[in-house]
Design a protein around this ligand. Sequence first.
Ligand SMILES: *Cc1c(COP(=O)(O)O)cnc(C)c1O
Length: 421
Amino acid sequence: MTHSDNGFFNEYGGKYVAEVLRRPLDELEVAFKEALADPSFLQELNTIQRDYIGRETPLLYAETATKLLGGAQIYIKLEGLANTGAHKINNAIGQCLLAKRMGKKRIIAETGAGQHGVATAAACAKLGLDCTVYMGEVDVRRQQPNVSTMEMYGAKVHAVTSGSRTLKDAVNEAMRDWAANPDTTHYCLGSALGPAPFPDIVREFQSVIGREVEKQAKERSLDVAAMIACCGGGSNSIGFFSPFIDKKEPRLIAVEAGGTGPGVGQNASRMTGNASREGIMQGYKSRFLLDEDGQSLPTSSISAGLDYCGIGPQLAALGNSGRIEFTSALDKEALEAVMFFAKNEGVLFAMESAHAGAEAIKLAPTLPKDKAIIVNMSGRGDKDIFITCPVFRPEEWKKFLASELERLNENKDIHQAKIMN
Ligand SMILES: *Cc1c(COP(=O)(O)O)cnc(C)c1O
């Protein structure tokens, strides 16, 4: 099941949208298929992946970690070295190139924590496209660093005030905008979910991760027992796994956010959690965290990127079929994994990616030394200083923030100076 059959991955997927969105989705599907069959599009994509994103990203042998854990060799795919710090740029650049080819001049995107918004804003700046990012008002308030970064890239950030004023509402607003402006505008959706053809498009543009890993593992003659990726909507994991889906090996392991525990509202475990249910939301059928009336439940995770009640239909279907094994890591385990790989490998995992790191720490000692495990570090942890620093050094961090505030107030002139255009 490497791609959908008429928009469906076995029991999940589909295109559950209002009539006005059918035509833009159908047009997108046709344009996507044509682009993939056009060598000049693939050449252009390849060049920008190399020169702008910085591909290919390295596959690092985690030698000290391997020795300390005493089992299988651990390798880390350093996707966090991609421009903008995570895998999301692969999808943003791919979709923006596709939009340009379709003659669209305006890009809209939804964002929760702001990471997909940043990637899309950067891609639009690079490709000369107009960019509007929909973001819940609550998220705008708590993710100011990413809002500022998007604006530096020239994007307009539109604060959404409907509903719970978070990611779900931002998606609805973006859909509404697209339905009103389908001829000028492309909706750049950020993960491997939503109505068809988005799950296929996002997987395709992220599959560059998996193709590189396949080549890199072959070059080193690795005997790969397992591949591990964290799973929010599922874009980094499905891209990383994609060349191996139709093979029996290696084991493919997706790690969901275990949050603070198994209780409802404490995690974002759509496949392994207590409140996992089938449903249809935001244009696709899949597994969600829902209450008995089919309403989405609140989720919780230390990593903003995994904190979502839905999961991509292809992942959910491959989870049901058993090809992808699902597990989860607690907030605490993810933090410990960040520390472990930082200290022993000089590699700082993003909180999301650290969920995959945590699973590697559990799995490696159970496997023989001649086997390899490959972990996808979907992003780097620089963005997480507001989470990690207060945990590791709470008092010093509070003092630092207070002194920053003081400095801001004192140096009014510098901070209010006009920025030259
Ligand atoms: C957004 C994000 C994720 C989760 O999204 P997926 O679509 O599941 O990949 C994981 N890691 C990082 C670094 C992210 O920014």
